[in-house]
Ligand binder design. Structure first.
Ligand SMILES: CC(C)(COP(=O)(O)OP(=O)(O)OC[C@H]1O[C@@H](n2cnc3c(N)ncnc32)[C@H](O)[C@@H]1OP(=O)(O)O)[C@@H](O)C(=O)NCCC(=O)NCCS
Length: 163
């Protein structure tokens, strides 16, 4: 199969992405509190501010297989958010590919994200990319992380580890 293509996310992608979320708990763990349940693609696009917040996906035959957003927190600070991979495609390193593309888009000196401390798959992924915890887990179970270093021209995790 062809490599997934990186492109801006479109409102119609949310119809597929909404099928990846099977409960309000999963919704909160993915995208934070305050989003409407049950999911409606158009409402979700609006609540994620898909038109205003830089939003991207990896797509195969133009259908999304992974999605993520970049929050601009300051001139030199961006924040990875709403990272998700299609449930039937997890463990293929699409999450890694998605995050590396988001990091290329970000090109900020400071890059952060938040993750639930018990989200082991996400933590494995983020640590592999070079994120480390920068604070204690809060009362909701969320830990803030920051990228130690980022070189957009180095693709291989092994190459990064030797630097
Ligand atoms: C987190 C998520 C994006 C990872 O996507 P992915 O494409 O499976 O990610 P990758 O394949 O690049 O890496 C996942 C890693 O976690 C590991 N992993 C998977 N389940 C795990 C578990 N229960 N415990 C520990 N590690 C686990 C995988 O083995 C893999 O590591 P490896 O490649 O070294 O073996 C995906 O699980 C997801 O969409 N989860 C739901 C939404 C979510 O929680 N988003 C994060 C919000 S902060």
């Amino acid at each position: 199969m062809a490599e997934p293509r990186w492109r801006p996310a479109l409102p119609q992608d949310l119809a597929m992405i909404a099928t990846w979320i099977d409960s309000p708990t999963a919704l909160t763990r993915w995208a934070g509190p305050g989003l409407s349940w049950p999911l409606d693609a158009a409402v979700l696009w609006r609540e994620l501010d898909g038109g205003g917040t830089p939003s991207f996906c990896l797509a195969e035959t133009n259908q999304p297989v992974a999605f993520g957003q970049l929050f601009v927190k300051g001139t030199h600070h961006q924040h990875l958010a709403r990272i998700i991979v299609s449930p039937d495609r997890r463990g293929e390193r699409l999450g890694e590919r998605l995050c590396r593309e988001l990091l290329r888009e970000a090109r900020a000196e400071r890059i952060t994200l938040n993750v639930f401390a018990d989200n082991r798959a996400a933590l494995t992924l983020y640590r592999r990319l070079g994120f480390e915890a920068i604070g204690d887990t809060d009362s909701r179970g969320i830990v803030p992380m920051q990228l130690r270093q980022f070189d957009a021209d180095v693709d291989s995790p092994d190459a990064q580890e030797t630097r």
